[in-house]
Design a protein around this ligand. Structure first.
Ligand code: MLT
Length: 407
């Protein structure tokens, strides 16, 4: 009889956000009278409509598809040149040396951050922050790099977990054991922490010294408000030889339902034996992917127009007003809160020594608010909770009023 991929059997439970969605729908099924009252600040999904420039571009691109003269079939598998050029210009404007042919357009950062591990050896040693976006962990479990689950420690035996706690300002320290692949995400999901250029440079220097690769998830870079902070790892010297960067149009431009992202792999990045990781990813992309749709890539390019930029900035500011509302409201109410200044996530300590899931249940059943339990992101997330700033302002304010008035 056919055998299942045993690696998948090592996965712990279901995907975090699926578990939350299931719990919320079970709760609403049992409490129908409360269903309309529930405020969702759990998954980092945007709520504002696409900006007018993007909508206008989408309409124009749809009309092109209606005419044989301007119709587009399969997209080039690595992305349309017009979009790769626009993205590369954004990098060079920021002083990063990145060429259009080093940009691989995709259907989003989640797929890329899950798939990128495929081009590395099966025995690559993986280091992840703790807490961490679960995709990095689960995709490496699926690929067979995790070893067994250790129930006593709540972690996989073969991964290097890099604790990110209040004591280190939620910035991972270089681990004692040497990794091959290092996942970093800044501004961070879930803690909302941001990294300085000096600290990021230390990681780049380390990776170059030991021959490791940094998989840098910069999906939230648009939320950086401090002008001294790096938006890209390629602002650091030497990153071209050790870093892959993954970006998204979801959080800056509201494409969570449209799907568009990209990965940057410089041609200077080589694995043992001089293997070009750029070429391997191109090979993988060509085999497994038929390119993001033309209309979506056109919409993506409109994000880089002056009008698009201005409108997008307005949306980011809208969400950051929510972040401030959550941060200030909870802090004034006596909560210990982090993040929310250079990131759309607020990371808070659960009150009264509740576990993360106890606080989740309390918020859902007592206040009809959905958030994300910190322990779902890793053992160091226990006792913490994440709220997202991606709701509407009215809902965000209402949620904080409910929490504060409950005391
Ligand atoms: C999150 O809530 O952590 C994100 O929305 C998940 C994602 O972007 O895939």
């Amino acid at each position: 009889m056919v055998k299942a991929n045993e690696n998948y059997l090592r996965l712990q439970g279901s995907y975090l956000f699926s578990t939350i969605a299931r719990k919320v729908s079970e709760y609403t099924a049992a409490h129908k009278d409360q269903a309309d009252h529930i405020i969702r600040l759990g998954i980092g999904d945007v709520t504002q409509p696409l900006a007018p420039k993007i909508i206008e571009t989408l309409h124009g691109a749809v009309d092109e598809m209606a005419d044989a003269a301007t119709f587009h079939g399969y997209a080039p598998d690595l992305g349309y040149q017009f979009l790769r050029d626009a993205i590369a210009k954004e990098y060079t404007d920021r002083g990063c040396e990145i060429r259009p042919d080093e940009i691989f357009v995709s259907d989003g950062a989640k797929s890329d951050s899950g798939n990128i591990q495929e081009i590395f050896s099966e025995d690559a040693k993986v280091a992840v922050c703790d807490p961490v976006y679960p995709v990095y962990v689960d995709s490496n479990v699926m690929a067979g790099r995790s070893g067994d689950w250790d129930p006593a420690k709540n972690c996989y035996k073969n991964f290097i977990y890099m604790p990110c706690t209040a004591d280190n300002d939620f910035i991972a320290e270089i681990p004692k054991e040497q990794p091959d692949l290092i996942y970093l995400c800044f501004p961070n999901n879930p803690t909302g922490a941001a990294i300085t250029k000096d600290r990021l440079q230390e990681w780049v220097d380390y990776a170059n010294r030991v021959g490791a690769v940094i998989l840098y998830d910069a999906a939230y870079e648009a939320y950086i408000s401090d002008p001294s902070l790096p938006h890209s790892i390629y602002e650091c010297d030497g990153a071209r030889t050790c870093a892959i960067e993954i970006r998204s149009f979801s959080k800056n431009a509201g494409f969570t339902g449209v799907r568009l992202g990209f990965t940057v792999i410089p041609t200077d990045l080589k694995a043992e034996g001089g293997v070009s990781m750029h070429d391997l990813w191109a090979r993988r992309h060509g085999t497994k992917y038929n390119g993001a749709p033309y209309i979506v890539q056109k919409a993506g390019a409109s994000v880089y127009t002056p009008e698009g930029r201005k409108q997008i900035e307005g949306q980011v500011a809208y969400y950051m007003r929510n972040a401030k509302c959550i941060y200030d409201g909870l802090k004034d109410a006596g909560y210990t809160v982090y993040g929310g200044v250079n990131a759309p996530y607020i990371w808070l300590k659960t009150p009264d020594h509740m576990t993360s899931w106890e606080f989740f249940d309390y918020l859902l059943s007592e206040l009809n608010i959905v958030g994300t339990p910190g322990s779902g992101f890793g053992p160091c997330g226990e006792g913490y909770f994440r709220l997202t700033a991606f709701g509407s302002y009215e809902n965000t304010k209402e949620a904080i009023d409910r929490i504060v008035s409950k005391g």
